[in-house]
Write a protein of this length. Sequence first.
Length: 237
Amino acid sequence: MATEMNTPFSPDVLRGPQNHDTRIHWVTSLNKDLYERYARTTTNTWQHSAHEYWEGTDTKPTWAGWRKRMITQYPSDDFLYKQWLRFSHKVEAQIETARELETGYMIWLDADVEQTSQYTEEWLREQLPKEGEIFTYLHRDNYPETGWIAYNLNEMQTHTFLVELEHTYLGNKIFRLEQWHDAYVWWQAYKSVSAMYPEHYRVRSLMDMSVSKGEAFGRSTLKSVFRHHKGPRKDRV
């Protein structure tokens, strides 16, 4: 197995908000096959435009850089490389877009999410993290549903969390975890930074805790606007 790689970053805690940028940005990831199967339909229901990360293309050199770094660690046909590559697109899109934006709010929305009704700006801002919160998300036992994550890029702690998440992938820490898919890795990275400084890494779940069954979007405050076509539901889009 490859040795862990050093990165120029460290997850040092930086206190307080960076600024008060109120702009909202969206980001998602796509690939050609899934776009033709369902994402063309679902993303066309969105009333917002999104930063699009296309898997398997070199349209953004910094994103392609993740692939180039890991191919030096593992041969392209190596099992670990394939697993790393399979689950890293979504995370890379979030990290690199946040790095480009620097401030404001960044909402990750899976490409298999359909918008079923129009939202108002007031409703949308209610779903965003408040000052002092680094993200809102959909909490589940074991690990969250990561089809929606709204990041507060005005908080320095958000960026230190993303640094820890990036290092989990680029430093090969992912293969020391029990599971390798993005939702589990994402949650473990958050638990790592928040365990040290819980008061500085506050988050908020959008789940309706009075509802105990059903998929996460349908049990959250998002249910009036978004429907997640997860798993076999994709084929019915």
